[in-house]
Design a protein around this ligand. Structure first.
Ligand code: URA
Length: 220
């Protein structure tokens, strides 16, 4: 099946998903959107009000900022894929619960398997935790790691959530600076990747099997 078709099938299944109660209070599912051939995939937390209304990820204030950040590195939104850890809006924009993240995990894993991005940018701590379970966003933001996921080595760059940047000038500055590192990784400058490799298996995100070396090379 073509990638587009496979992604549409996931969208259909997300639309019918009843694996957790989140669907009950929503207007639309927000499975994610973008280029099936994307080299970069951005993964946020969960849809908010505007996303729920439109059925599209990152279309509110945080989305406007994401668009500006993409412009700052001359990457078109239509060239990337944008998704969330949780595909239905949690009530009152509360944080997603572990059981909801677990229930939704399969859809994100399948999107990753189909798209096979070279780079994953995690936005906020919930998506970071999927790939870097022990990570502290304040310490590792902007530092790329190789993560072995689904049998492939992917560059994962944890970043602050755009909504957090909208709440604080300092975070905004750090997020803007971190974004400017993305083009280096896109052109395959692997010196920019910190030395340790995290090996995760799908659905075994809590098992961190190998961390070769904690030393890190400077990034920029
Ligand atoms: N915040 C997210 O994490 N995802 C969205 O799609 C919108 C806001």
């Amino acid at each position: 099946m073509a990638k587009n078709q496979e992604l549409k099938e996931i969208n259909r299944q997300v639309d019918e998903c009843r694996k957790c109660p989140l669907y009950k209070n929503t207007t639309n599912p927000v499975p994610g959107e973008g280029n099936p051939e994307a080299e970069i995939m951005f993964i946020g937390e969960a849809p908010g009000f505007n996303e729920d209304q439109q059925g599209r990820p990152f279309v509110g204030q945080a989305g406007k900022l994401l668009d500006e950040l993409l412009s700052s590195i001359k990457v078109a939104r239509s060239d990337v894929f944008i998704a969330n850890v949780v595909k239905h809006r949690p009530p009152e924009n509360r944080e997603p619960q572990p059981s909801e993240i677990e229930a939704c995990n399969e859809y994100l894993d399948r999107q990753l398997e189909i798209i096979q991005p070279k780079i994953i940018v995690t936005l906020g701590r919930f998506s970071m935790a999927k790939f870097i379970p022990d990570g502290k966003i304040s310490q590792i933001h902007g530092q790329a790691r190789f993560v072995e996921f689904g049998g492939r080595k992917i560059i994962v760059i944890p970043m602050f959530h755009p909504a957090a940047a909208l709440r604080g000038e300092n975070v905004m500055k750090m997020l803007k600076e971190d974004f400017l590192k993305i083009p280096k990784f896109l052109i395959g400058d692997e010196k920019m990747v910190v030395e340790n490799t995290i090996i995760l298996e799908e659905n075994e995100k809590d098992e961190r099997k190998d961390t070769k070396d904690d030393s890190q090379l400077p990034l920029l």
